[in-house]
Ligand binder design. Sequence first.
Ligand code: SF4
Ligand code: SF4
Length: 385
Amino acid sequence: MKSVFHVMLIPTLGCPANCSYCWSSEEDSPVMSIETLKEVVAWLKNFRDDPVTITFHGGEPLLAGADFYREALPLLSDGLAHLSPAFAMQTNLWRLTPELADIFAEYHIPLGSSIDGPKEVNDVQRGEGYFEKTMRGYEIARAHGLSVRFICTFTSYSVDFREEIFRFFLKNGLTMKLHPALPSLRGSDPEKWALAPEKYGDLLLYLLDQSLAHLREIDIMNINDLCRCVFTRQGNVCTFADCMGNTFAVGPDGSIYPCYRFVGMPEYVMGSVYDRPSPEDLRRSAAGRLMQRYKEFVDRECGDCAHITYCRGGCPYNAIAPFHGDIRGVDPHCPAYRRIFDEISARLNTEMYESPGMEQSPLRRGRRKRAQPGIMSLVHKIVSE
Ligand code: SF4
Ligand code: SF4
């Protein structure tokens, strides 16, 4: 894939929500200072020369407050103007105020948020009151013209409500991005909410069919991404690409990690913005070398898989973090990825074989009337957007 330079800034690991499957930390967790933010700018100035996407992530990034963003955004935007920074934010929206929304609108910041379906399902796994607080923020965002897309986390519990959840997104005209709950690394019952790979595979197939059945009514980002991967034979999102070396995260104290998911885990610190490390310095760090070893492991382990070019072993965090840095296998969602990639590839082949103008097998003649649009229709829609 064309390498996309992505820096995630984690202003705080604190979060006011207390979602059941998340580790969540206290609201008063330390917040990045403007001094550290200036060091981020100084570090990035000569780090690379290609355009950068900067995503504010957390914890809950809104806890940093309006004063932080009023100062941070011009510093980043002007100080890194030569990198044409594009901004984004992942937030639960609870603390979005009209004042913050004005600031984000000025910098055209799209917001990613999280809602796990209708209130009854969402609040069981995210906590009582979550739905209303997020929707209140969503209304403020909309009133200020901000774009909001929702990540929907499917757990062992909510996957049984997949139809209700899908209908909720469809009815409300919301773009869906799904996320399978992983075993928690910090809870006492790590597997309780985790979505098993087989169930994740079933869910992806279900959503593929729903996506085609409602082609003009809803976008399911993962399905679009998976189809794009197979069609172009290139990874196009971090899970399906070699993310390392192109993605970094900076924690509240200026520590640099391979991705936001590792932030707060000292064994994955690659360096500090205060030392202005070069890409080579980060590659040579223990965490950088671990990521490189994972890449080499994927080359061996997935060498025979038809999907290796774009899948690249899935997410390194999913593979490595549960074993405290030991590389014991690829992303545990591999069976789900393989299943959906196989299905999309098979359908694409069939559609191409059956496309008008192709010689048709006598056996197949006379029994073709597609009930719903196929993968090619979805691919056309994605590329023409
Ligand atoms: S570690 Fe996983 S979540 Fe993080 S950038 Fe890489 S693929 Fe994405
Ligand atoms: S589908 Fe599984 S085996 Fe194939 S590349 Fe992805 S992780 Fe590796």
